[in-house]
Write a protein that binds this ligand. Structure first.
Ligand code: ZN
Ligand code: ZN
Length: 246
């Protein structure tokens, strides 16, 4: 049997999806999540993730990069500069991935629609599904492998130091994203900004606020949406969805 076969529940939701990565449909607002794959290993291990798990997979790379920064030829000062650059690099990757492939139109054919739905459409239809909030291994591991290859080609002598920063940026992004969906009343300034700007992205202005861990690149590229009316409406809608799901 095909290990990536979809459940009937998924096929039903997917068939009803209008093909846009926008606010959840009225029907989907009632549910917190659906099961995507029939195969339990694919569903529970590869395609979903407990929010703490990325720390387990990428934490060792951070520890190793810091060790190399302290003991290698760069010295700690340059080492930490490289870690910061690696983290900044991740924030740009986060912005570009979310702005372009994650929000591109998938076309009318099943393949394109399916790719878009699995990549990001699902998250917009079920934004509070805790098991699909941080990137699952099916997504994060191939991306990590590509970046390691790229760093090895471009900056081989400091690749593990820069990669540690990229992993730290990634973990911050994943957990900030989790936070935006589950911290109902953030008390500090940055928490409020990222929670509201991401709610605006989910419920009001889907083509704006593509940065999740910070609005930095949205400000640079002019995609930051921060009108008071959009914020108010977005927070109201996200609260209503959270409430209807208990
Ligand atoms: Zn999005
Ligand atoms: Zn989100």
């Amino acid at each position: 049997m095909n290990p990536f076969a979809f459940t009937d529940e998924f096929e039903e939701v997917f068939a009803a999806w209008d093909g846009t990565v926008a606010a959840p449909s009225v029907e989907n607002r009632k549910k917190n999540r659906i099961r995507v794959y029939k195969n339990s290993f694919v569903e529970n291990v590869l395609a979903t993730s407990h929010p703490a798990l990325p720390g387990l997979w990428f934490g060792p790379f951070i520890a190793y990069g810091i060790y190399v920064a302290f003991t290698g030829w760069t010295g700690p000062l340059m080492g930490f500069g490289l870690i910061a650059l690696g983290a900044l690099g991740f924030t740009l990757i986060e912005y570009l991935l979310h702005r372009f492939p994650f929000h591109w139109h998938g076309g009318d054919k099943r393949r394109g629609r399916l790719r878009l739905f699995l990549m990001h459409g699902y998250h917009h239809q079920f934004p509070n599904d805790k098991t699909r909030l941080v990137a699952p291994p099916l997504m994060s591991w191939p991306l990590a492998a590509i970046l390691i290859g790229l760093y090895w080609l471009l900056i081989p002598s400091v690749m593990w130091i820069a990669f540690a920063g990229t992993c730290a940026g990634y973990l911050f992004y994943d957990w900030a994203h989790y936070y935006t969906h589950h911290a109902r009343n953030p008390r500090f300034w940055l928490g409020k900004v990222i929670r509201r700007s991401h709610a605006v992205h989910h419920y009001q202005l889907f083509h704006l606020n593509m940065g999740i861990s910070s609005p930095l690149w949205d400000v640079v590229f002019g995609t930051f949406g921060w009108s008071k009316a959009a914020q108010r409406q977005a927070v109201k809608e996200s609260r209503a969805v959270e409430k209807s799901q208990g």
